[in-house]
Write a new protein. Structure first.
Length: 227
DNA sequence: GCGACAG
DNA sequence: ATCTTGTCGC
């Protein structure tokens, strides 16, 4: 898959911040034109023992959700985990996985925020720009924003507010489970993102592609680390 | 100054 | 995120 080469990962926090502010101007939150046939999920597993990241991308067809392709990659981590700068830690290895993938997915789901980020540049938005594909941020916990209690039943969703605007949604993908935090990444609207998330997250709390990628990345880590 | 803080 | 045992509920 062809990637846009604007990589700039070996930076300090100050440079990373200004880079995010610059990239934010290029994010497009607009309607996704065209039909969706394939959806990918991407995730990274980290090993403190070897300071390595193990990444996986799983592509599934939609709406059947059968696996079409899965790719992995491994590499050393150079950037520390700092809230707000996850991209600089995980995007390099993710870009490597995407460079090896055959199928170009119509949408990609990431384990992290989209525009629900201090500078509107969560990892889903960041990756969306580089991949030039519609992306959605699907996080397990909140980074920023406020919201009202989410009704306990599947399908419930409340807006995620930040500075008097809606940056995402907090949703209940399954009755009785902890809610997840959805935000548009790039080239998609929150409304469309929510439909896709509810369509792909039926059996489990997380959307199938994300869950599959998470599982595969973990599998790879355990194979390499032998534990 | 203090608390919050994706993975 | 990772590490880690038992335990509660459908």
């Amino acid at each position: 898959m062809k990637l846009i080469s604007l990589h700039q990962w070996n930076v300090d926090l100050s440079t990373a911040k200004s880079l995010q502010e610059k990239l934010r101007e290029r994010i497009e939150i607009r309607r996704f034109d065209g039909s969706i046939h394939s959806i990918a999920g991407a995730d990274v597993s980290y090993s403190a023992a070897t300071s390595s990241n193990y990444a996986a991308v799983v592509v599934m067809n939609y709406p059947e959700m059968d696996e079409l392709e899965s790719i992995t990659a491994a590499g050393r981590v150079s950037f520390p985990y700092v809230p707000g700068y996850l991209s600089f830690r995980e995007a390099p290895i993710l870009l490597e996985v995407f460079s090896k993938i055959k199928t170009r997915p119509d949408v990609v789901l990431f384990d992290g925020q989209g525009i629900a980020h201090p500078r509107g540049m969560g990892i889903a938005s960041h990756m969306g720009l580089f991949l030039d594909i519609p992306t959605i941020g699907c996080a397990k916990t909140r980074l920023i924003g406020t919201y009202e209690p989410v009704p306990v039943h599947r399908g419930a969703h409340v807006p995620l507010w930040y500075h008097d605007s809606i940056i995402g949604a907090v949703i209940r993908s399954r009755t009785g489970v902890k809610p997840i935090y959805i935000s548009a990444g790039h080239k998609i609207t929150l409304h469309e993102a929510l439909k896709i998330i509810f369509d792909t997250a039926n059996r489990y709390r997380l959307p199938e592609p994300v869950r599959a990628a998470h599982h595969l990345a973990n599998q790879l880590r355990m194979k390499y680390e032998r534990k």
